[in-house]
Design a protein around this ligand. Structure first.
Ligand SMILES: [Zn+2]
Length: 233
C-alpha cells in the first residue's frame, strides 16, 4: 500500500469521526429546543390555572359579601321589629333598602362572575390536554436523542480505535505530521487531482510538473495553492 493510500484510509475514518462529533454536539441542542418548547406549553397551562383560580376567588368573594349583607339585613329587621317609634322604624326601612340594594348589586356581580367559570375551566382543560400530548411527544423524542447520544459515543470510541490502527499504517511520520497539521485547517486533506489537472480541494489548475509527480507516485505531492495532498483517482 502506498503512503497516500494509507492516508486516504485514515482520512476515511477521520471523516466519520468528524460527522459523529458534529452530531454529538448537535443532539443536546435539539433536545434543549424541544424541552424549551414544552416549558412554553407548561407556562400556558400555569396561566390558565391561575386564571381559573382568580375566577373562582371572585365568585367566592361576592358570595361572602352577599352572605354578610343578608345577615346585616336580618339584623336590621330584627332590631326594627322591636322599635317603638315610627320615625326610627322609617329610618331602619331606609337603611334596609340601602343594604338590600347593595345585596342585589353584589348578587348580580356574583352571577356575572360565575359566567366566566365555564370558559376558565375549558381553557385549563384545553391547556392540560395540549401539555399532556406535547409532554408525551417530547419525552419520547428526548429518550430517542439519549439513545442516539449513547450510540454515537460508542461509534466514536470504535472509530478512534480504528483511527489509531490506520495511523500506524502510515509508514512515514513526516506524512503523518503533514496530514495532522492540515486536518484542522483544510478538510479534506487528501484530494484527487482531476483529469483536467485541477486540485479537487481548491480548484486551482496545477502546473504540469505537479501532475507528473502525482502520476509517478513520487511521495507526497501537495497542491501549490492550498497545500492539500494530491492523488490520481
Ligand atoms: Zn488545492
Amino acid at each position: 500500500m502506498t503512503v497516500v493510500q494509507s492516508l486516504i484510509d485514515l482520512q476515511e475514518v477521520d471523516g466519520r469521526i468528524r460527522e459523529l462529533e458534529l452530531e454529538l454536539k448537535d443532539l443536546p441542542r435539539r433536545k434543549a429546543l424541544e424541552t424549551a418548547r414544552l416549558s412554553g406549553v407548561s407556562a400556558d397551562l400555569q396561566a390558565a390555572k391561575a386564571n381559573q383560580e382568580y375566577a373562582n376567588r371572585r365568585v367566592k368573594g361576592y358570595e361572602e359579601d352577599a352572605k354578610t349583607l343578608r345577615e346585616k339585613i336580618q339584623q336590621l329587621k330584627t332590631t326594627q321589629a322591636g322599635l317603638q317609634s315610627n320615625k326610627e322604624y322609617q329610618q331602619y326601612s331606609v337603611q334596609i333598602d340601602l343594604v338590600s340594594h347593595d345585596l342585589e348589586t353584589t348578587e348580580n356581580n356574583q352571577i356575572a362572575a360565575m359566567d366566566d367559570l365555564p370558559s376558565a375551566e375549558a381553557r385549563v382543560t384545553e391547556a392540560q390536554a395540549k401539555y399532556d400530548a406535547e409532554k408525551g411527544g417530547v419525552d419520547a423524542f428526548c429518550a430517542e436523542i439519549d439513545e442516539r447520544i449513547a450510540a454515537v459515543k460508542t461509534e466514536l470510541e470504535e472509530a478512534q480505535k480504528e483511527r489509531a490502527e490506520k495511523a500506524k499504517l502510515v509508514g512515514d511520520p513526516r506524512f503523518m505530521l503533514y496530514y495532522e497539521r492540515l486536518r484542522t485547517k483544510r478538510w479534506p486533506v487528501v484530494v484527487p487531482l482531476t483529469h483536467e489537472g485541477v486540485c479537487d480541494g481548491c480548484h486551482l489548475v496545477q502546473p504540469p510538473s505537479v501532475a507528473q509527480l502525482v502520476d509517478h507516485n513520487s511521495g507526497l505531492v501537495a497542491c501549490t495553492m492550498c497545500g492539500r495532498i494530491l492523488y490520481r483517482d
